[in-house]
Design a protein around this ligand. Structure first.
Ligand code: FES
Length: 647
């Protein structure tokens, strides 16, 4: 046909449309999400697009801003009143008059937050579960005695194409006043997930309302992180974090489960504590963002299984031991009210599904963010905490497990270990001849042998060693010949080098002589060997299930992963052999996954389907685990080769 061709970016969807079709209509027909609140009246300004100029050889399109209709009266009025950025057009007004490449602008801020070392330029395409719809409602008529709410529903169905609509109970008493206040024009918020037949009318405002917000929240056992996000532009308005107050009931997850088992009101106390802290964070982000709680219509939460259960008010005792039965594993959809969260009275919440009894919704969110199931390469995702959560897979098949690494990687169980904080040693080099160390601490730019060290830290100086520092010092000790393949500190060196000192029947390496003296003891080396062997054995089991000898890419999720040097992780045999430039840290991928689920209901369906498909491997039940574990105690491994390390 000779209808013009229209290509939408970044989705790449394309189609031919008769001249005179609005760009918004074309987007709708192709399933390209373009926001609109006013329903094409050129008043909300939410439907902005940009037309690219030039010849796109790959797509055989010559696009030009001249190929759309000139600015009409309504659009000009909007541009004058609300200042339309140059180059932008309202897609509800501009019509197709020739071939076009149309950019649906994605918010710059949100994309900047996902840009990482590997220069991921992915954008989160929007299609939120909550949608704002402006309508003009027919005035009441004695001859057609249809109720106000019924006429509102009719208008929403007619203008916005909804099927069945159910109104939240709290709106029944308000609908008449709001319709009259808005002089028969209102903005309705409708909530509809990808697999819902019914749209729920959850909020209503008089006149035009063209902003609504959502929360993306990651409930970690140590910290809680929250983003306030515009549901319409996708922009992260502001973020906040706090310590998880449940720490006072138990430092790690298992001690919190024990607390519940031993205290009759333990579960209630912990549920209350985490909900109160979340409520404080809501207060903080709404204050910082200059918005009202009632502007928040949706909230997505991710958490490990125990945090997930406690947040929902579920006793986590069953998760304390085999068979680690979850009360609920699928996605949980509730009203914010049900969780005692004060947002808009109609606000909804969504918790991502849990993968297994100890591979939670946080791991599901990381999976959604990194997308092993969206590509062909074999991707390994490792999230190291007290338990390491491991996901391995590609488009064809995804497997997951958790491995009991213990807290050594977080600096616990290490003689001079500490959390990553200013003063903690994070980088270490050891001279191969003299065995003298150089190191760097968090909070200072200087190496320990540079003049002025510790620089900005001043008197406070060096306080201990954090997880990434431990990984490096042990790898360097191995490379310098201070420890053997079996992880034994070589006592024979003590006679000729003062850095190696006897401590009882074993030997230690003196990393820093100044107070506090920091040594790496034989026990420290053992603790790291045990932790890394557990991680590697879990990974190896998953690789066996997949029938692969190597992986294509490795992603480290979480804080720990952001600081460790992949090369040292591989020297120790923490991760399998892989091209070093295919190993990357992905920071707070769980938070990114939560934002994806908040901004696009199709991502919710995607992760629900993916989690149903993921094969869960219970490491404790696999006889091969022990064997892999024993081999992985050696540095880097008793049996597995690391050819990429040699390169
Ligand atoms: Fe509201 Fe275009 S849809 S201005």
């Amino acid at each position: 046909s000779d209808n013009p061709l229209v290509l939408f970016m970044p989705s790449g969807k394309r189609g031919r449309f008769p001249r005179g079709t609005t760009i918004l209509d074309a987007a709708r027909q192709l399933g390209v999400y373009v926001e609109s609140v006013c329903g094409g009246r050129a008043t909300c300004g939410r439907c902005q697009i940009e037309v690219q100029e030039g010849h796109f050889a790959k797509h055989k399109i010559s696009s030009s801003p001249d190929h759309i209709s000139p600015v009409g009266a309504k659009e000009a009025r909007y541009a004058e009143k609300r200042a339309l950025p140059s180059g932008r057009r309202l897609s509800c007004s501009a019509t197709i008059e020739g071939d076009l490449v149309v950019d649906v602008p994605q918010d710059a801020v949100i994309n900047a937050q996902v840009v990482r070392k590997d220069a991921d330029t992915r954008v989160i395409e929007r299609h939120p579960a909550v949608h704002l719809c402006y309508v003009e409602v027919e005035e009441p008529d004695m001859h057609k005695p249809l109720g106000d709410l019924d006429r509102l529903k009719t208008a929403l169905q007619k203008d916005w194409g909804f099927g069945r609509i159910e109104a939240d109970a709290h709106l029944l008493s308000q609908v008449q006043a709001i319709l009259r206040e808005g002089n028969w024009t209102v903005t309705a918020a409708l909530h509809q997930d990808a697999d819902d037949d019914i749209a729920r009318l959850i909020a209503l405002w008089p006149g035009l309302k063209n902003e609504a917000y959502g929360l993306a929240c990651d409930i970690g056992s140590t910290t809680i992180a929250m983003h306030l996000v515009s549901l319409l532009s996708g922009r992260v308005v502001t973020s906040a974090g706090a310590s998880n107050p449940q720490i006072r009931f138990g430092e790690d997850l298992m001690s919190r489960v024990s607390y519940v088992m031993m205290n009759p009101d333990g579960r209630e106390a912990m549920t209350r504590a985490v909900r109160q802290e979340i409520s404080k964070l809501v207060q903080k982000v709404t204050d910082d963002g200059g918005i009202e709680r009632s502007d928040i219509l949706d909230a997505v939460f991710v958490a490990n299984p125990i945090m997930h259960h406690l947040f929902l008010g579920i006793d986590p005792t069953e998760l304390g031991g085999a068979p680690f039965a979850l009360a609920v594993s699928g996605a949980v959809k509730l009203r914010a009210d049900d969780l005692k969260l004060k947002l808009n009275p109609g606000a909804r919440t969504y918790l991502l599904p849990c993968i297994a009894g100890h591979v939670g919704a946080d791991a599901a969110a990381v999976t959604l963010s990194e997308g092993p199931h969206r590509q062909d390469e074999m991707m390994l995702i490792v999230d190291v905490g007290t338990n390491a959560e491991i996901v391995l897979g590609n488009r064809a098949r995804v497997v997951a497990a958790s491995s009991p690494t213990g807290p050594a990687f977080e600096g616990a169980e290490i003689s001079s270990g500490q959390r990553a904080a200013p003063g903690a040693i994070e980088r270490v080099r050891i001279d191969r001849e003299t065995l003298a160390p150089r190191f760097r601490v968090i909070g200072s730019e200087l190496w320990s042998d540079e003049p002025g060290f510790p620089g900005s830290l001043g008197q406070a100086g060096v306080t201990g060693i954090c997880g990434s520092g431990i990984i490096e010092v042990i790898a360097e000790m191995y490379l310098a010949g201070i420890i053997s393949e079996d992880g034994v500190v070589d006592g024979a060196l003590a006679v000729r080098n003062p850095r190696i000192v006897a401590e009882g029947r074993t030997f230690s390496y003196v990393l820093s002589e100044a107070e506090p003296r920091i040594t790496i003891t034989q026990n420290d080396v053992r603790a790291i060997q045990l932790a890394k062997a557990a991680l590697y054995a879990g990974t190896k089991l998953l690789m066996e299930k997949q029938g692969v000898e190597t992986v294509d890419t490795i992603r480290f999720a979480g804080a720990f992963g952001s600081f460790i040097d992949p090369q040292y992780a591989m020297v120790l045999g923490l991760i399998p052999d892989c091209d070093l430039d295919r190993v990357s840290a992905v920071g707070n991928a769980a938070g990114t996954g939560a934002r994806m689920a908040l901004l696009n209901r199709n991502h919710r369906r995607e992760i629900e389907e993916t989690v149903r498909r993921i094969e869960k491997i219970e490491t404790a039940l696999e006889s091969r685990f022990q064997e892999h574990f024993v081999h992985a105690m050696a540095l880097p491994n008793k049996v597995d080769p690391f050819p990429k390390l040699a390169e």
